[in-house]
Design a protein around this ligand. Structure first.
Ligand SMILES: Cc1cc2nc3c(=O)[nH]c(=O)nc-3n(C[C@H](O)[C@H](O)[C@H](O)COP(=O)(O)OP(=O)(O)OC[C@H]3O[C@@H](n4cnc5c(N)ncnc54)[C@H](O)[C@@H]3O)c2cc1C
Length: 509
């Protein structure tokens, strides 16, 4: 039976970064991945002459080589920064409004303020105040996190800390806006609905509509993407995933593909190893799960080993949203159909909260469309004279899970057809240039990731879990977690969080 220091289950961003950090720290690691490639959401796949990106629209936390953000620093430490061709994107996103106009928001505070004031002169005061709040909120929140590091995660300890430091005087912006929704804050600052759509766009990165999207996360996303700039990379997220997997192997450790973990071995309420899907047993000092705590506890433990406290604890959290995505390869360059911005949010009405409700249904007539054209950032990403677009909507899995196999195929092509019809109105000619199209639904994400509901952002990132109370409590000794289910979901946050957890483990084993 093979023995190692740490077993990692899942080679998504969190699993790869954790295994890479442990490898850098000289620990023995075996990383198990059920798929035949590394990356989880961070992968690509080929159809015809196109290699499609599964997930990454924009990478956060990078910063420039001169002013590196935490993610660039991490990749520098791993020694992979220079192995990857990073592509800096100069706009945060373009919001495509129902009247057919579009507002591209620059990834620069002053430029964004200027452009928004030009578009919405009557909202000048609110625009300046908004960015002022975002920046103050970010600074105070960083200071608060640092000072409360020992208390976060435990509501009663956190409350005591807040009373002790005189929270509302010391952190006034945090106290005013910390527990409010994006919609509430924007309603307070602005009259015009269009500008609210322009500033709230990051709700789609967390999968909850503006009325449930914590302003805390909006402020953080806006600050981070402006200061550290949005990035893409040549070859797509698979290149990053592969670079991390290669590093783990170069350091003498193992990445086992096509080798899912079937069971975690628990003795005296301690995790001591795993059994893979071939029935082979491995022992370790720590087991780190990169998959959801729900799947880990419910499917990888024996029924009588599932801690009662865990069942109760996770009832407070809701499984988050999944997605329906059309991967489209076009036989023309993007400008030929008027696709000029890399990342687009497309609205057919001014009520994002109402439109979002279609996420619970199968149809795609009204929900906001998230459309990315990777060729705008990097013309070499697809064959010369072609372009690649992903266009999709956020969807919960419930209705998809009820379909028979025949209904499933019919429904997914119908949903994709509606999305293409809606794109045709914005980008005339797109339909006639489609050379390849494939579609991923919540069931696709379920099958590839093993996540309940095919959730792509872990648990709902709403006001209950936002920033302060992620489900980080552990119930079995030596079984720990690093994934988008226990922290803010997204490439950057997952890599950084997993590195932190792995460094803690490295000290202990
Ligand atoms: C369509 C889409 C768009 C997105 N856009 C962005 C974006 O622009 N920017 C951004 O920052 N984030 C984005 N995200 C979110 C981001 O991709 C995820 O937050 C992140 O990749 C999740 O990483 P993770 O570490 O939680 O692992 P996951 O990616 O969830 O991977 C888990 C891994 O575990 C493996 N696994 C499961 N069960 C087992 C088992 N029993 N044994 C072994 N292996 C197992 C799976 O095969 C998988 O490889 C997007 C996601 C999607 C799907």
């Amino acid at each position: 039976m093979e023995k190692t220091d740490v077993i990692v289950i899942g080679a998504g961003n969190g699993g790869l970064a954790a295994a890479a950090t442990l490898s850098m720290e000289g620990k023995d690691v075996i990383l198990f991945e059920k798929h035949n490639i590394p990356g989880g959401c961070g992968t690509t796949f080929c159809r015809g002459r196109f290699e499609f990106e599964v997930a990454l629209h924009q990478l956060s936390h990078m910063g420039t080589p001169e002013k590196p953000g935490p993610l660039r620093e991490l990749f520098r430490w791993y020694g992979i920064e220079d192995k990857i061709d990073w592509v800096e994107i100069d706009s945060l996103f373009k919001v495509n409004l129902p009247d057919g106009s579009g507002v591209p928001i620059p990834a620069d505070r002053k430029k964004a303020e200027k452009l928004l004031i030009k578009e919405f002169p009557e909202e000048k005061e609110g625009i300046l105040k908004y960015f002022d709040i975002v920046y103050k909120f970010y600074d105070e929140s960083e200071a608060f996190m640092e000072q409360s590091a020992n208390s976060s995660g435990d509501p009663s300890k956190l409350q005591k800390f807040m009373v002790k430091v005189g929270f509302s005087k010391k952190f006034p912006t945090l106290a005013t806006y910390g527990l409010r929704s994006t919609q509430e804050v924007l309603d307070e600052l602005f009259k015009c609905e269009e500008i609210k759509l322009c500033l709230s766009a990051y709700w789609c990165f967390m999968g909850v509509p503006p009325e449930r999207f914590p302003f805390a996360i909006l402020a953080k996303c806006t600050h981070i993407y402006i200061e550290d700039k949005p990035f893409y990379l040549k070859g797509g997220s698979q290149v990053m995933s592969q670079a991390l997997a290669d590093l783990i192997v170069e350091k003498g450790n193992q990445v086992k593909y096509n080798c899912g973990v079937k069971k975690i071995i628990v003795e005296n309420n301690k995790a001591v190893g795993v059994v893979d899907e071939n029935g082979v047993e491995y022992r370790s000092k720590v087991v780190l799960s990169n998959i959801s705590p729900l799947h880990t506890y419910a499917n990888l433990l024996e029924e009588d080993q599932i801690p009662k406290e865990a069942r109760k604890y996770f009832k407070a959290y809701t499984v988050g949203i999944s997605a329906l995505t059309c991967f489209i390869g076009l036989d023309c360059p993007p400008e030929e159909i008027g696709f000029t911005d890399s990342f687009n949010l497309i609205y057919d009405s001014l009520d994002a909260n109402k439109d979002f409700m279609q996420a619970y249904e199968l149809a795609t007539e009204t929900d906001p469309i998230i459309a990315t054209c990777y060729t705008v950032d990097d013309p070499t990403i697809s064959p010369e004279g072609t372009s690649m677009i992903t266009a999709g909507t956020l969807k919960y899995s419930t209705e998809w899970e009820k379909l028979s196999p025949e209904q499933y195929y019919e429904t997914k092509y119908k949903a994709a057809n509606t999305i293409v019809d809606r794109l045709e109105k914005r980008f005339p000619g797109i339909r006639s240039h489609i050379e390849e199209i494939d579609i991923a639904t919540p069931l696709t994400h379920m099958r590839y990731l093993n996540h309940p509901g095919g959730a792509i952002y872990g648990f709902e990132q709403d006001l209950k879990s936002a920033v302060y109370f992620f489900p980080t409590e552990e119930f079995i000794e030596n079984l720990t977690f690093a994934s988008g289910w226990v922290n803010v979901c997204g490439f950057g946050p997952n890599y950084i969080y997993a590195d932190k957890i792995a460094k803690q483990i490295a000290k202990e084993v």
